[in-house]
Design a protein around this ligand. Sequence first.
Ligand code: ARG
Length: 458
Amino acid sequence: MALWGGRFSQAADQRFKHFNDSLRFDYRLAEQDIIGSIAWSKALVTVDVLSYDEQKKLEIALTELLDSVRQDPQQILQSDAEDIHSWVEQKLIEKVGDLGKKLHTGRSRNDQSTTDLKLWCKAEIAHLISAINQLRKRLVLTAEQHQDAVMPGYTHLQRAQPVTFAHWCLAYYEMLTRDESRLQDTLKRLDVSPLGCGALAGTAYPMDRDLLANWLGFSTATNNSLDAVSDRDHVLELLNNASIGMVHLSRFAEDLIIFNSGEANFVELSDRVTSGSSLMPQKKNPDALELIRGKVGRVVGALTGAMVTFKGLPLAYNKDLQEDKEHLFDALDTWQVCLDMASLVLEDIKINYQNCQDAAKQGYSNATELADYLVAKGIPFRQAHHIVGEAVVAAIAKQKALEELTLEELKVFSDVIENDVYPILSLESCLAKRSAKGGVSPIQVKFAIDNAKQQLSL
Ligand code: ARG
């Protein structure tokens, strides 16, 4: 039976009922709905709607329901209740009879559903932060292992300057650190309870809403009831956080897919995260990474979908807002599983040091060093840049690296060049010179690793 039958003389069309019902997805809010209901029953004691004994009976029944839901959440899906709020109330009435019918006094599903979702978001943020930190740890440990793995760094996907695999890992560590802090920021703003705002104008029972908020673990109660029942900023923020996080993961995936290609052959992915081709026996495909890269689409889609759904809604609650949950659940589930998969991929990745180093030596990625060398000998940088450009063209024609040109060949471009140029052109020197904060020098990378380990208590 629906919660609102009194005004209606005809039953809902089955097709409409299916269209309107949200139980098939909001059943995930069962725990939060029950916990919110227990707190609400306590608030009703403070305004003399329930006696202390009645409240105790309700609390015992709700706690039993909570245990049973924790053991078997799928049981909820057997019901034809409209939504999770109706389901919990129905079950409560089955357990305690008419007393259960008192619980909804002064409350609306409008403040209830947004309270439930906010509680769910708080728990979910904790799970996401833990998955992010798992991956941050994995990135730092991988960086620590591969500080000596020199490989090409790219701009425009053209070899630019040598870097190390460790420095590459730490770049993603930084992105993940920002993702974590964005979640912490969101948490601060969403930590405000809408319960007690009623349908839109506030509850008619003069309760202490801040106290009620505290019982539920919120730091305070919302200021304006019209806003509170229709605010979904936290949903948008989380979808935005997830989108940015997924953009990071998809760049991570794309880099590794390139590194894993036959052309680069810098890394080898484990059999545990790759799959074969049904036709081509030699294939080992980076499916885990491709799916991470691909799934950013649905997460950004969810953000766009929610934005468009919420735009232009008149105050206060409208049923459109029920659309918030499927977007959010899908996007956050996707983000979570992609974080887990990214950690798994790194767990036993192999780095082909020799191939990485050979590639770093190609592509004239030490050309900047030669320009800096000329600068040190008094040639203005712009002119030095031009001279090195000519030297690179000549070296390409001779199919040699810069360091393979003889001193005589180099002197053609500038007579300030001497034998002391050769150590400058080595990979070790290219790396070591970039020793200002954030640079790729082994000392800076070690420093960054130590800092990260300290932050993560590793
Ligand atoms: N299931 C709804 C939601 O998720 C809550 C119900 C509010 N319904 C209503 N008619 N006021 O938003």
